[in-house]
Write a protein of this length. Structure first.
Length: 127
């Protein structure tokens, strides 16, 4: 077999973005691990999420149940997932942290060149 069974779906793309945004905002707020969707997540999960999106974008992947993965689609879903997270967290939503997280995620997931580690540009944003 030359590839893993299964496909790339809109749900998977959305989940990668949602989890990465939540983890990055929490990490930038000072926590190294966080419970997201009843799972304990850490930097490795965020790395996998952004790496998959970077790979899909740079290999012209078309979702099994939707459009081709493009920078515009990823940006749209980032905005939509921020709205979803804001609604779920209510007053606990930290606008500044999530803005930083979304900018960082877009920077590394949509970059022309693959950034070795997601946390490297994140450290540059820390006080």
């Amino acid at each position: 077999m030359d590839k893993t069974e299964g496909g790339v779906t809109l749900t998977g793309l959305r989940n990668n973005i949602n989890v990465a945004l939540q983890y990055l905002a929490t990490w930038m707020g000072g926590n190294g691990a966080v419970a997201i969707h009843n799972l304990m997540e850490d930097a490795a999960t965020a790395e996998i999420s952004r790496s998959q999106i970077w790979q899909w974008l740079h290999n012209d992947v078309t979702l099994d149940d939707g459009p081709k993965v493009t920078a515009e689609l990823v940006k749209q879903i980032i905005d939509e997932e921020l709205t979803t997270i804001r609604g779920a967290l209510g007053d606990a939503f930290d606008e500044a942290l999530y803005q930083q997280a979304s900018e960082l995620f877009a920077e590394v997931a949509l970059a022309d060149d693959y950034v070795d580690f997601l946390t490297l540009p994140a450290y540059e944003r820390m006080p």
